[in-house]
Ligand binder design. Structure first.
Ligand code: CA
Length: 299
């Protein structure tokens, strides 16, 4: 965390079990290879008993191995790394009775100190990557999930997808089948950008605008922790993981989000309700005093 970097990238990673689950099946890692490239990865494991934890950890370990001995272009390295992780998690699951059927998501970003305008992302599943550029937050990965596809086909609204019973069903994951299709892409990179990788325990609990506000206004260490705290405050129904990368340079040409970043939408609604309650009590108090004054005054 926060390792020195030739280009001055600042990173912070936080993972938390959340408020409901008894184990944390998410995992997160960051690595530097001999050429000075940086790799950040978030994995969200699934599978009964120890399966999810083993899947996410095994996946990250295998990705790191491929990255450390990487040759070739970055896109190929990322694709090869995720395919190798798929093979290892799949084989381990097949060979170990208690781990059969385990799987994991993976979202990975690679930064090369020699490339000043590019970063690389690869993913499988519904863990996401985001880019904040000049105040605007964009999701740079498309979930490989059933609900995401239904929304894309306009058979579900985003609101329906949020509460749909099949919202956790993945169309692709690492370790479940002998082969896997990996999405990779090049991403624009500019001074002052912030990138965030996260599991669905974060993006499912904290809305887009709040994430943008925190990314724009906080340093990585404070902000990553704040996002995890917000997810927990909003319910923490799943494991929560945030990995944050800040690119040095002129930042934050944007005005900050109108709502204080510390308040999530749900939390703000609670606060407004409490404020209305207090206001009502004050008005009622004034009315009682006025009435008493009238009654006493007329007597
Ligand atoms: Ca999850």
């Amino acid at each position: 965390m926060g390792q020195p970097d030739p280009r001055g990238l600042v990173t912070a990673c936080v993972t938390h079990v959340g408020q409901v689950r008894s184990a944390n099946q998410d995992d997160v890692g960051e690595f530097t290879n001999p050429s000075g490239c940086r790799l950040i990865v978030v994995a969200d494991g699934m599978g009964g008993h120890a399966g999810g934890e083993v899947a996410s950890r095994t996946c990250i370990e295998r990705i790191a191995e491929v990255f450390q001995s990487a040759t070739g272009d970055h896109e190929t390295v990322l694709r090869t790394a995720l395919e190798a992780a798929n093979e290892r998690v799949y084989r381990l699951g097949m060979a170990t009775p208690g781990l059969r059927g385990m799987g994991t998501t993976a979202v990975v970003m690679l930064f090369d100190p020699e490339e000043s305008d590019s970063a690389w992302v690869a993913h499988v599943g519904d863990s996401r990557a985001y880019r904040l550029h000049e105040g605007k937050l964009d999701r740079i990965t498309d979930d490989h999930s059933w609900v995401f596809e239904e929304v894309r086909q306009q058979r579900l609204t985003p609101e329906e997808a949020e509460v749909h019973p099949r919202r956790n069903a993945l169309l692709r994951s690492i370790g479940v089948d002998p082969g896997v299709e990996v999405d990779t892409r090049r991403v624009d990179l500019a001074g002052g950008d912030r990138f965030m990788l996260c599991s669905d325990g974060l993006w499912g609990e904290v809305d887009h605008q709040t994430i943008a506000g925190v990314l724009a206004s906080q340093d990585p260490k404070t902000g990553a922790q704040e996002l995890v705290d917000l997810a927990n405050r909003n319910g923490g129904r799943d494991n929560i993981t945030v990995a944050w990368v800040a690119v040095p340079g002129a930042v934050d040409t944007m005005p900050l989000a109108p709502m204080p970043a510390k308040l999530s939408a749900r939390f703000a609604r609670g606060t407004r309700a409490r404020a209305l309650g207090i206001a009502a009590a004050v008005v009622a108090g004034i009315a009682i005093v006025a009435l008493a004054w009238l009654v006493l005054g007329s007597g």
